[in-house]
Design a protein around this ligand. Structure first.
Ligand code: NAD
Length: 420
Protein backbone atom coordinates (compact mmCIF):
# COMPACT_ATOMS: atom_id res chain seq x y z
CA UNK A 1 0.00 0.00 0.00
CA UNK A 2 1.63 3.24 -1.06
CA UNK A 3 0.79 6.57 0.49
CA UNK A 4 1.58 10.03 -0.81
CA UNK A 5 4.69 11.17 1.10
CA UNK A 6 3.78 13.63 3.87
CA UNK A 7 4.48 17.34 3.46
CA UNK A 8 7.99 18.33 4.54
CA UNK A 9 8.19 19.29 8.23
CA UNK A 10 4.62 18.13 8.85
CA UNK A 11 3.86 16.10 12.01
CA UNK A 12 3.62 12.96 9.86
CA UNK A 13 7.03 13.65 8.28
CA UNK A 14 8.43 14.05 11.81
CA UNK A 15 6.76 10.83 12.98
CA UNK A 16 8.16 8.96 9.97
CA UNK A 17 11.66 10.33 10.61
CA UNK A 18 11.50 9.21 14.26
CA UNK A 19 10.38 5.73 13.24
CA UNK A 20 13.12 5.51 10.59
CA UNK A 21 15.77 6.34 13.21
CA UNK A 22 14.46 3.61 15.55
CA UNK A 23 14.25 1.06 12.71
CA UNK A 24 17.79 1.93 11.72
CA UNK A 25 19.04 1.45 15.30
CA UNK A 26 17.23 -1.88 15.56
CA UNK A 27 18.47 -3.07 12.15
CA UNK A 28 15.00 -4.00 10.82
CA UNK A 29 14.49 -4.60 7.09
CA UNK A 30 12.42 -2.48 4.70
CA UNK A 31 9.42 -4.82 4.87
CA UNK A 32 9.08 -4.62 8.63
CA UNK A 33 9.69 -0.86 8.45
CA UNK A 34 6.80 -0.46 5.99
CA UNK A 35 4.60 -2.69 8.15
CA UNK A 36 5.35 -0.59 11.25
CA UNK A 37 4.78 2.68 9.42
CA UNK A 38 1.55 1.94 7.55
CA UNK A 39 -1.76 2.48 9.35
CA UNK A 40 -3.76 -0.70 9.78
CA UNK A 41 -7.14 0.91 9.08
CA UNK A 42 -8.42 4.36 8.20
CA UNK A 43 -11.93 5.75 8.03
CA UNK A 44 -12.88 9.02 6.31
CA UNK A 45 -16.40 10.17 7.06
CA UNK A 46 -18.58 13.11 6.15
CA UNK A 47 -20.10 14.78 9.21
CA UNK A 48 -23.10 16.93 8.25
CA UNK A 49 -24.51 19.31 10.86
CA UNK A 50 -27.89 21.07 10.93
CA UNK A 51 -26.94 24.24 12.86
CA UNK A 52 -29.15 25.83 15.50
CA UNK A 53 -30.15 28.44 12.93
CA UNK A 54 -31.20 25.76 10.41
CA UNK A 55 -28.22 25.88 8.00
CA UNK A 56 -26.50 22.71 6.78
CA UNK A 57 -22.74 22.55 7.30
CA UNK A 58 -20.39 19.76 6.35
CA UNK A 59 -17.28 18.69 8.25
CA UNK A 60 -14.70 16.01 7.50
CA UNK A 61 -14.06 13.33 10.10
CA UNK A 62 -11.29 10.75 10.38
CA UNK A 63 -10.32 7.78 12.50
CA UNK A 64 -6.96 6.09 11.98
CA UNK A 65 -6.06 2.83 13.70
CA UNK A 66 -2.32 2.80 13.26
CA UNK A 67 -1.52 -0.50 14.94
CA UNK A 68 -3.49 -3.10 16.88
CA UNK A 69 -0.88 -5.81 17.36
CA UNK A 70 -0.58 -5.36 21.15
CA UNK A 71 -4.28 -4.78 21.86
CA UNK A 72 -7.29 -2.64 20.98
CA UNK A 73 -6.74 0.66 19.18
CA UNK A 74 -6.58 3.54 21.67
CA UNK A 75 -6.45 7.26 21.09
CA UNK A 76 -8.05 10.63 21.44
CA UNK A 77 -10.57 12.55 19.40
CA UNK A 78 -9.53 16.05 18.27
CA UNK A 79 -11.82 18.88 17.20
CA UNK A 80 -9.83 21.55 15.39
CA UNK A 81 -10.29 23.34 12.06
CA UNK A 82 -6.73 22.32 11.07
CA UNK A 83 -7.35 18.57 11.42
CA UNK A 84 -6.47 16.59 8.30
CA UNK A 85 -5.76 12.94 7.56
CA UNK A 86 -1.97 13.25 7.79
CA UNK A 87 -2.14 14.95 11.21
CA UNK A 88 -4.41 12.16 12.44
CA UNK A 89 -2.04 9.53 10.99
CA UNK A 90 0.90 11.09 12.86
CA UNK A 91 -1.02 11.28 16.14
CA UNK A 92 -2.22 7.66 15.73
CA UNK A 93 1.34 6.45 15.16
CA UNK A 94 2.58 8.31 18.25
CA UNK A 95 -0.22 6.65 20.25
CA UNK A 96 1.09 3.22 19.22
CA UNK A 97 4.57 4.04 20.50
CA UNK A 98 3.21 5.76 23.61
CA UNK A 99 1.16 2.74 24.68
CA UNK A 100 4.14 0.49 23.99
CA UNK A 101 6.70 2.58 25.88
CA UNK A 102 4.59 2.53 29.06
CA UNK A 103 3.78 -1.11 28.32
CA UNK A 104 0.00 -1.06 28.29
CA UNK A 105 -1.87 -3.58 26.13
CA UNK A 106 -3.14 -1.23 23.45
CA UNK A 107 -2.42 -0.30 19.88
CA UNK A 108 -2.58 3.29 18.69
CA UNK A 109 -5.36 5.31 17.08
CA UNK A 110 -6.53 8.87 16.69
CA UNK A 111 -9.65 10.61 15.47
CA UNK A 112 -10.42 14.11 14.34
CA UNK A 113 -13.11 16.37 12.97
CA UNK A 114 -12.19 19.63 11.21
CA UNK A 115 -14.53 21.72 13.34
CA UNK A 116 -13.70 24.72 15.54
CA UNK A 117 -15.54 23.89 18.79
CA UNK A 118 -15.37 27.54 19.89
CA UNK A 119 -17.66 28.49 16.98
CA UNK A 120 -20.46 26.09 17.92
CA UNK A 121 -23.07 25.68 20.65
CA UNK A 122 -23.08 22.64 22.94
CA UNK A 123 -26.18 21.36 21.11
CA UNK A 124 -24.35 21.56 17.77
CA UNK A 125 -21.26 19.84 19.20
CA UNK A 126 -23.46 17.08 20.58
CA UNK A 127 -25.04 16.50 17.14
CA UNK A 128 -21.62 16.46 15.44
CA UNK A 129 -20.25 14.03 18.03
CA UNK A 130 -23.21 11.66 17.73
CA UNK A 131 -23.13 11.69 13.91
CA UNK A 132 -19.35 11.12 13.83
CA UNK A 133 -19.71 8.25 16.33
CA UNK A 134 -22.54 6.61 14.44
CA UNK A 135 -20.55 6.76 11.18
CA UNK A 136 -17.70 4.91 12.92
CA UNK A 137 -19.82 2.29 14.70
CA UNK A 138 -18.31 -0.67 12.80
CA UNK A 139 -14.84 0.25 14.11
CA UNK A 140 -15.59 1.22 17.71
CA UNK A 141 -15.95 -0.99 20.77
CA UNK A 142 -14.35 -1.67 24.15
CA UNK A 143 -12.27 -4.47 22.62
CA UNK A 144 -11.61 -2.80 19.27
CA UNK A 145 -11.19 0.98 19.45
CA UNK A 146 -11.49 3.18 22.53
CA UNK A 147 -11.63 6.99 22.24
CA UNK A 148 -10.57 9.66 24.74
CA UNK A 149 -10.56 13.47 24.82
CA UNK A 150 -7.88 15.49 23.02
CA UNK A 151 -7.66 19.10 21.84
CA UNK A 152 -11.09 20.63 21.55
CA UNK A 153 -12.98 17.73 23.14
CA UNK A 154 -13.66 16.91 26.78
CA UNK A 155 -15.41 14.52 29.15
CA UNK A 156 -18.83 15.70 27.93
CA UNK A 157 -17.82 14.73 24.36
CA UNK A 158 -16.88 11.27 25.66
CA UNK A 159 -20.24 10.93 27.46
CA UNK A 160 -21.99 11.60 24.09
CA UNK A 161 -19.77 9.05 22.29
CA UNK A 162 -20.46 6.49 25.02
CA UNK A 163 -24.20 7.13 24.93
CA UNK A 164 -24.43 6.95 21.11
CA UNK A 165 -22.49 3.67 21.07
CA UNK A 166 -24.50 2.25 24.00
CA UNK A 167 -27.88 3.09 22.46
CA UNK A 168 -26.81 1.45 19.18
CA UNK A 169 -25.69 -1.80 20.82
CA UNK A 170 -28.57 -1.83 23.28
CA UNK A 171 -26.67 -1.78 26.56
CA UNK A 172 -24.53 0.66 28.51
CA UNK A 173 -20.89 0.22 27.57
CA UNK A 174 -18.71 2.52 29.70
CA UNK A 175 -15.46 0.89 28.50
CA UNK A 176 -15.95 2.15 24.92
CA UNK A 177 -14.42 5.52 25.87
CA UNK A 178 -12.08 6.85 28.54
CA UNK A 179 -11.85 10.33 29.98
CA UNK A 180 -15.61 10.30 30.59
CA UNK A 181 -17.32 11.90 33.61
CA UNK A 182 -17.02 10.02 36.93
CA UNK A 183 -20.83 9.81 37.13
CA UNK A 184 -20.97 7.55 34.05
CA UNK A 185 -18.01 5.32 34.83
CA UNK A 186 -14.97 7.60 34.61
CA UNK A 187 -11.93 7.08 36.78
CA UNK A 188 -10.84 9.20 39.68
CA UNK A 189 -7.62 10.96 38.70
CA UNK A 190 -8.15 10.76 34.90
CA UNK A 191 -8.79 14.49 34.40
CA UNK A 192 -5.38 15.45 35.77
CA UNK A 193 -3.51 12.24 34.80
CA UNK A 194 -1.64 13.58 31.75
CA UNK A 195 -0.44 16.57 33.75
CA UNK A 196 0.48 14.44 36.78
CA UNK A 197 2.54 12.28 34.43
CA UNK A 198 4.22 15.37 32.93
CA UNK A 199 5.24 16.49 36.42
CA UNK A 200 6.45 12.98 37.34
CA UNK A 201 8.51 12.84 34.12
CA UNK A 202 9.98 16.25 34.98
CA UNK A 203 10.87 15.07 38.48
CA UNK A 204 12.45 11.89 37.10
CA UNK A 205 14.55 13.90 34.61
CA UNK A 206 15.65 16.27 37.39
CA UNK A 207 16.55 13.31 39.63
CA UNK A 208 18.90 12.08 36.88
CA UNK A 209 20.79 15.36 37.34
CA UNK A 210 20.66 15.16 41.14
CA UNK A 211 18.12 18.00 41.26
CA UNK A 212 14.68 18.49 42.84
CA UNK A 213 11.49 20.15 41.65
CA UNK A 214 11.21 22.54 44.62
CA UNK A 215 12.08 26.10 43.57
CA UNK A 216 12.49 25.25 39.89
CA UNK A 217 11.13 27.82 37.43
CA UNK A 218 8.64 26.54 34.86
CA UNK A 219 7.16 28.00 31.65
CA UNK A 220 4.12 26.29 30.12
CA UNK A 221 2.79 26.92 26.63
CA UNK A 222 -0.88 25.89 26.40
CA UNK A 223 -3.29 26.29 29.28
CA UNK A 224 -5.91 23.67 28.45
CA UNK A 225 -6.51 20.27 30.02
CA UNK A 226 -2.79 19.42 30.09
CA UNK A 227 -1.18 22.82 30.73
CA UNK A 228 -3.56 24.13 33.39
CA UNK A 229 -3.48 21.00 35.55
CA UNK A 230 0.29 20.81 35.12
CA UNK A 231 0.66 24.40 36.37
CA UNK A 232 -1.45 23.54 39.39
CA UNK A 233 0.54 20.38 40.22
CA UNK A 234 3.93 22.05 39.64
CA UNK A 235 2.91 24.86 42.02
CA UNK A 236 1.65 22.37 44.62
CA UNK A 237 5.07 20.65 44.49
CA UNK A 238 6.88 23.89 45.27
CA UNK A 239 8.01 24.80 41.75
CA UNK A 240 7.59 28.37 40.49
CA UNK A 241 5.34 28.65 37.42
CA UNK A 242 6.71 31.89 35.96
CA UNK A 243 4.88 32.00 32.61
CA UNK A 244 1.90 30.42 30.87
CA UNK A 245 0.17 31.03 27.56
CA UNK A 246 -2.80 29.98 25.48
CA UNK A 247 -3.87 30.61 21.89
CA UNK A 248 -4.69 34.24 22.74
CA UNK A 249 -1.34 35.12 24.38
CA UNK A 250 0.51 34.70 27.64
CA UNK A 251 1.33 36.09 31.04
CA UNK A 252 4.57 36.03 33.04
CA UNK A 253 5.76 36.95 36.53
CA UNK A 254 9.36 36.41 37.53
CA UNK A 255 8.48 35.74 41.15
CA UNK A 256 5.92 33.12 40.07
CA UNK A 257 2.26 33.31 39.05
CA UNK A 258 -0.47 32.74 41.63
CA UNK A 259 -1.82 29.64 39.84
CA UNK A 260 -4.97 29.30 41.97
CA UNK A 261 -5.97 32.89 41.19
CA UNK A 262 -5.00 32.45 37.52
CA UNK A 263 -7.30 29.41 37.25
CA UNK A 264 -10.18 31.54 38.58
CA UNK A 265 -9.35 34.23 35.99
CA UNK A 266 -9.39 31.63 33.19
CA UNK A 267 -12.66 30.14 34.45
CA UNK A 268 -14.20 33.62 34.32
CA UNK A 269 -12.72 34.91 31.03
CA UNK A 270 -11.69 31.81 29.04
CA UNK A 271 -8.07 32.97 28.65
CA UNK A 272 -4.91 33.68 30.64
CA UNK A 273 -4.68 37.04 28.87
CA UNK A 274 -5.57 40.01 31.07
CA UNK A 275 -4.58 38.28 34.33
CA UNK A 276 -3.55 41.06 36.70
CA UNK A 277 -0.90 38.99 38.50
CA UNK A 278 1.75 39.32 35.77
CA UNK A 279 2.89 41.02 32.57
CA UNK A 280 1.89 40.08 29.02
CA UNK A 281 4.11 37.63 27.16
CA UNK A 282 3.80 36.30 23.62
CA UNK A 283 3.71 32.66 22.54
CA UNK A 284 7.13 33.03 20.93
CA UNK A 285 8.64 34.74 23.98
CA UNK A 286 7.46 32.01 26.32
CA UNK A 287 9.56 29.41 24.48
CA UNK A 288 12.71 31.50 24.94
CA UNK A 289 12.45 32.33 28.65
CA UNK A 290 15.37 31.71 30.96
CA UNK A 291 13.66 29.00 33.03
CA UNK A 292 14.64 25.60 34.42
CA UNK A 293 11.88 23.69 32.62
CA UNK A 294 9.92 24.47 29.45
CA UNK A 295 6.68 22.54 28.94
CA UNK A 296 5.13 22.88 25.48
CA UNK A 297 1.55 21.73 26.13
CA UNK A 298 -0.42 23.22 23.23
CA UNK A 299 0.11 21.80 19.77
CA UNK A 300 2.51 20.35 17.19
CA UNK A 301 5.55 21.94 15.55
CA UNK A 302 6.02 24.90 17.92
CA UNK A 303 9.73 24.12 18.42
CA UNK A 304 11.09 24.29 14.88
CA UNK A 305 14.47 25.24 13.44
CA UNK A 306 13.85 28.91 14.35
CA UNK A 307 12.26 28.73 17.79
CA UNK A 308 14.34 25.76 19.05
CA UNK A 309 17.45 27.90 18.67
CA UNK A 310 15.96 30.41 21.12
CA UNK A 311 15.25 27.89 23.92
CA UNK A 312 17.27 28.63 27.07
CA UNK A 313 15.69 26.05 29.41
CA UNK A 314 18.06 23.09 29.96
CA UNK A 315 15.07 20.73 30.17
CA UNK A 316 12.08 20.51 27.80
CA UNK A 317 9.22 18.22 28.83
CA UNK A 318 6.75 17.62 25.99
CA UNK A 319 3.20 17.84 27.33
CA UNK A 320 1.83 18.23 23.79
CA UNK A 321 2.09 15.59 21.09
CA UNK A 322 4.73 16.39 18.48
CA UNK A 323 5.66 19.91 19.67
CA UNK A 324 9.21 19.57 18.30
CA UNK A 325 10.04 19.17 14.61
CA UNK A 326 12.89 16.95 13.45
CA UNK A 327 15.03 20.03 12.71
CA UNK A 328 14.08 21.61 16.04
CA UNK A 329 14.99 18.40 17.85
CA UNK A 330 18.45 18.35 16.28
CA UNK A 331 19.05 21.93 17.43
CA UNK A 332 17.93 21.22 21.01
CA UNK A 333 20.22 18.17 21.13
CA UNK A 334 23.13 20.14 19.69
CA UNK A 335 22.59 22.82 22.34
CA UNK A 336 22.78 20.23 25.12
CA UNK A 337 19.09 20.54 26.05
CA UNK A 338 17.45 17.41 27.46
CA UNK A 339 14.06 16.66 25.91
CA UNK A 340 11.66 14.27 27.63
CA UNK A 341 9.72 13.15 24.55
CA UNK A 342 5.95 13.33 24.20
CA UNK A 343 5.37 9.58 24.03
CA UNK A 344 6.88 9.30 27.50
CA UNK A 345 6.19 12.70 29.08
CA UNK A 346 2.47 12.87 28.36
CA UNK A 347 1.73 9.13 28.65
CA UNK A 348 0.07 9.59 32.08
CA UNK A 349 -3.23 10.26 30.30
CA UNK A 350 -3.32 6.99 28.44
CA UNK A 351 -2.01 5.09 31.47
CA UNK A 352 -4.98 6.25 33.54
CA UNK A 353 -7.25 5.74 30.52
CA UNK A 354 -6.09 2.14 30.66
CA UNK A 355 -6.89 2.06 34.39
CA UNK A 356 -10.32 3.55 33.63
CA UNK A 357 -10.96 0.88 30.97
CA UNK A 358 -9.89 -1.89 33.37
CA UNK A 359 -12.23 -0.50 36.04
CA UNK A 360 -15.14 0.02 33.60
CA UNK A 361 -14.69 -3.49 32.20
CA UNK A 362 -14.91 -4.96 35.71
CA UNK A 363 -17.49 -2.45 37.01
CA UNK A 364 -15.19 -2.03 40.00
CA UNK A 365 -13.68 1.35 40.75
CA UNK A 366 -10.44 2.20 42.53
CA UNK A 367 -9.68 4.98 45.01
CA UNK A 368 -7.91 8.15 43.88
CA UNK A 369 -4.86 7.08 45.91
CA UNK A 370 -4.69 3.69 44.12
CA UNK A 371 -4.88 5.39 40.72
CA UNK A 372 -2.19 7.95 41.63
CA UNK A 373 0.17 5.36 43.07
CA UNK A 374 -0.14 3.00 40.08
CA UNK A 375 0.33 5.90 37.66
CA UNK A 376 3.52 7.06 39.34
CA UNK A 377 4.86 3.51 39.36
CA UNK A 378 4.29 3.18 35.58
CA UNK A 379 5.81 6.57 34.79
CA UNK A 380 8.89 5.99 36.95
CA UNK A 381 9.44 2.48 35.51
CA UNK A 382 9.05 3.68 31.91
CA UNK A 383 11.32 6.68 32.46
CA UNK A 384 13.96 4.46 34.10
CA UNK A 385 14.00 2.02 31.16
CA UNK A 386 14.26 4.86 28.62
CA UNK A 387 17.02 6.67 30.53
CA UNK A 388 18.96 3.44 30.97
CA UNK A 389 18.87 2.60 27.25
CA UNK A 390 19.76 6.20 26.34
CA UNK A 391 22.79 6.00 28.61
CA UNK A 392 23.81 2.54 27.38
CA UNK A 393 23.55 3.24 23.64
CA UNK A 394 24.38 6.94 23.62
CA UNK A 395 20.88 7.94 22.47
CA UNK A 396 18.67 10.91 23.24
CA UNK A 397 15.65 10.15 25.43
CA UNK A 398 13.44 10.45 22.33
CA UNK A 399 15.53 7.96 20.37
CA UNK A 400 15.61 5.55 23.30
CA UNK A 401 11.85 5.79 23.91
CA UNK A 402 11.17 5.13 20.24
CA UNK A 403 13.55 2.17 20.15
CA UNK A 404 11.87 0.55 23.18
CA UNK A 405 8.38 1.15 21.79
CA UNK A 406 9.08 0.08 18.22
CA UNK A 407 10.85 -3.06 19.43
CA UNK A 408 7.84 -4.06 21.56
CA UNK A 409 5.44 -3.59 18.65
CA UNK A 410 7.75 -5.39 16.20
CA UNK A 411 8.04 -8.28 18.66
CA UNK A 412 4.23 -8.58 18.74
CA UNK A 413 4.18 -8.61 14.92
CA UNK A 414 6.84 -11.29 14.76
CA UNK A 415 5.28 -13.51 17.43
CA UNK A 416 1.82 -13.29 15.92
CA UNK A 417 3.07 -13.92 12.39
CA UNK A 418 1.19 -13.02 9.25
CA UNK A 419 -2.33 -14.16 8.39
CA UNK A 420 -2.84 -15.97 6.06
P1 NAD B 1 -6.98 21.63 25.14
O1 NAD B 1 -7.83 21.89 23.95
O2 NAD B 1 -7.63 21.36 26.45
O3 NAD B 1 -5.95 22.84 25.36
C1 NAD B 1 -5.10 23.30 24.36
C2 NAD B 1 -4.44 24.58 24.86
O4 NAD B 1 -3.48 25.03 23.89
C3 NAD B 1 -5.41 25.74 25.05
O5 NAD B 1 -5.00 26.53 26.16
C4 NAD B 1 -5.24 26.55 23.75
O6 NAD B 1 -5.61 27.91 23.90
C5 NAD B 1 -3.75 26.38 23.54
N1 NAD B 1 -3.33 26.62 22.17
C6 NAD B 1 -3.91 26.18 21.02
N2 NAD B 1 -3.23 26.63 19.97
C7 NAD B 1 -2.20 27.35 20.46
C8 NAD B 1 -1.16 28.09 19.88
N3 NAD B 1 -1.04 28.19 18.55
N4 NAD B 1 -0.26 28.70 20.70
C9 NAD B 1 -0.38 28.62 22.03
N5 NAD B 1 -1.36 27.96 22.65
C10 NAD B 1 -2.26 27.33 21.86
O7 NAD B 1 -6.04 20.43 24.72
P2 NAD B 1 -5.21 19.45 25.68
O8 NAD B 1 -6.01 18.23 25.89
O9 NAD B 1 -4.68 20.22 26.84
O10 NAD B 1 -4.04 19.03 24.68
C11 NAD B 1 -2.87 19.81 24.53
C12 NAD B 1 -1.80 18.93 23.89
O11 NAD B 1 -1.53 17.80 24.72
C13 NAD B 1 -2.17 18.34 22.51
O12 NAD B 1 -1.00 18.22 21.76
C14 NAD B 1 -2.70 16.98 22.89
O13 NAD B 1 -2.63 16.06 21.79
C15 NAD B 1 -1.73 16.61 23.98
N6 NAD B 1 -2.18 15.55 24.89
C16 NAD B 1 -3.35 15.67 25.57
C17 NAD B 1 -3.73 14.66 26.44
C18 NAD B 1 -4.97 14.75 27.28
O14 NAD B 1 -5.17 13.87 28.13
N7 NAD B 1 -5.81 15.78 27.13
C19 NAD B 1 -2.92 13.53 26.60
C20 NAD B 1 -1.72 13.45 25.91
C21 NAD B 1 -1.36 14.48 25.06
Amino acid sequence: MSQTPPAANSPLANAHAQLAAAVDHLGYDAGLHAHLQTPRREAHVAVPLRTDSGDLKLFRGYRVQHNISRGPAKGGLRYSPDVDIDEVRALAMWMTWKCAVVDIPYGGAKGGVDIDPGEHSQRELERVTRRYTSELMPLLGPNTDIMAPDMGTDEQTMAWVMDTYSVAVGHTTPAVVTGKPIAVGGSLGRAEATSAGVVQATEAALRERGEKIVGKTIAIQGFGKVGAHAADIFAAKGARVVAVSDVHGGVRAEGGLDVARLLLHVAATGTVVGFDGGDPCSNTEILALDVDVLVPAAKENVLDEVTAATVRAPLVVEGANGPTTTAGDAILTRNGITVVPDILANAGGVVVSYFEWVQATQYFWWTAAEVAQRLEQRMVTAFGAVAELAQRDGLTLREAANVIAVKRVAEAHQLRGLYP
